[in-house]
Each structure stands twice: as C-alpha cells, then as structure tokens.
Design a protein around this ligand. Structure first.
Ligand code: DX5
Ligand code: ZN
Length: 214
C-alpha cells in the first residue's frame, strides 16, 4: 500500500490543528525542520512538534534539514516524532551512526535523506540500520518546487538496494509530488509520498490524498 505524508510546511500555521484534522485520510504527517544553515530557510522545531503531538495520533515523520543532526535527532524522537530522518550530507559518518542509534534508543524509527546531487551509494554504509530512506526530488528548503524527474533512476537504484539488503525499509519521495509525479515515484519503487502544496492547495484534501495514493 502506498502511504501519503502531507507536509505541514504548506499548512496554514494559524490553524494548524484544523489543518491536521483536514488531512486525516493520510498515513503520516511530514514535519519539516530547517535551520537556515543546511538549507536557506528556517521553519519549525521542537515546541511546535510538542503541540502537534498533543492533537494527533497519526505517525509524525520528522525531516531534519539541519547541520550536525546528531545534536538533535534523539531529542526529536523523545519529543514525539515516530520517525526521525536527517541528511547523510549533514554530519560525519561517526555522528550519523551515533544519531541512528540515538533515535533507535528512544524506540523510534530512523531514516536518512539524500539531496538531489547525492549519489545512491551514499546510503550503503547505513542501509541495514534504517527504517526509511528519503529521496529528495527538489533542493530542500522550500515547498512548491518542480519535481526533478532526473531523480527517478536514483530512486530505482535505492529501491533495488533496499530489496537486496533490507526489504522492510520504506522508501519515501519528498518534493514536487502531485498525482502525475506520484505515479512515476511508485513505478520506480517508492512506497511513501510526501506532498505539501498539492494537498494543502486542494479544497478536498481527502479526495486528493486518495488520488495521490492511486
Ligand atoms: C522541502 C521539504 C518538503 C516540502 C514538500 O525542503 O522537505 O517536505 O515541504 O513540499 P511540496 O510537496 O510542495 O514540494
Ligand atoms: Zn520534507
């Protein structure tokens, strides 16, 4: 089954509780954390996560776009995230391994994300430890960008690595997902689709989630 993860970055933050209710048909809530250093934007962090956790039972899928995520990954896991993903480019190999262990010690699922320029092979040293891999189909930092179809061969390559080495690991695509690009993602092995603008820009969000799921 294809899972849909609406990105709260595209929600109306003045009505966040209602926005969360409006995407009740989704599988995960995608929660984008940006530090203004790893990406050229600043978004939301721990206090907002704490509030969101109080109003939903839906699994919260945190995507850390921050430098040295090893400083914060376990903290997000302890603050209510169900899944904590961070970028393989953002820290040293030792710290990445330590952050993976930190999230697991908190009893939560862990993932690694790859920017568009990062090759599939970057995931190999960690693949057996991961619960999810996030392939970015836009440059991280902003919602509403165009899907990069040139990421599809990498998606397929990572899908094949998962099949061979850790078949329970999920494969998520983040950025520019709409009903048309969703089909391409699924054809190339994705099973979790993040969508921000596409879902929150729709009047009938339940119908849009259904359409994305295919
Ligand atoms: C981008 C974020 C994405 C983004 C997706 O840096 O990681 O999760 O919010 O938004 P759309 O679906 O609008 O591209
Ligand atoms: Zn994201």
């Amino acid at each position: 089954m294809i899972k849909i993860a609406p990105s709260l970055l595209s929600a109306d933050f003045t009505r966040l509780g209602e926005e969360i209710v409006s995407v009740g048909a989704a599988d995960y809530l995608h929660f984008d954390v940006m530090d203004g250093v790893f990406v050229p934007n600043i978004s939301i962090g721990l206090p907002v996560l704490e509030s969101v956790r109080r109003v939903t039972d839906k699994p919260i899928d945190v995507h850390l776009m921050i430098t040295e995520p090893s400083r914060y990954a376990a903290k997000f896991a302890q603050t209510g995230a169900d899944i904590v993903s961070f970028h393989v480019e953002a820290d040293s190999p030792e710290n990445i391994a330590q952050a993976i262990a930190g999230v697991h010690s908190a009893g939560k699922r862990v993932g690694l994300a790859l920017k568009p320029a990062t090759p599939a092979e970057a995931i190999l040293p960690y693949i057996s430890l991961l619960d999810i891999i996030v392939v970015m189909a836009v440059e991280p930092g902003f919602g509403g960008q165009k899907f990069m179809t040139e990421q599809l061969p990498k998606l397929r390559a990572i899908h094949d690595m998962i099949e061979a080495r850790n078949p329970v690991c999920e494969l998520e695509v983040d950025g520019g997902v709409n009903p048309e690009t969703a089909r391409l993602c699924v054809q190339n092995g994705a099973n979790v689709l993040v969508a921000g603008n596409d879902i929150f820009g729709s009047a009938d969000r339940a119908a849009r989630i259904k359409e994305l799921r295919g």
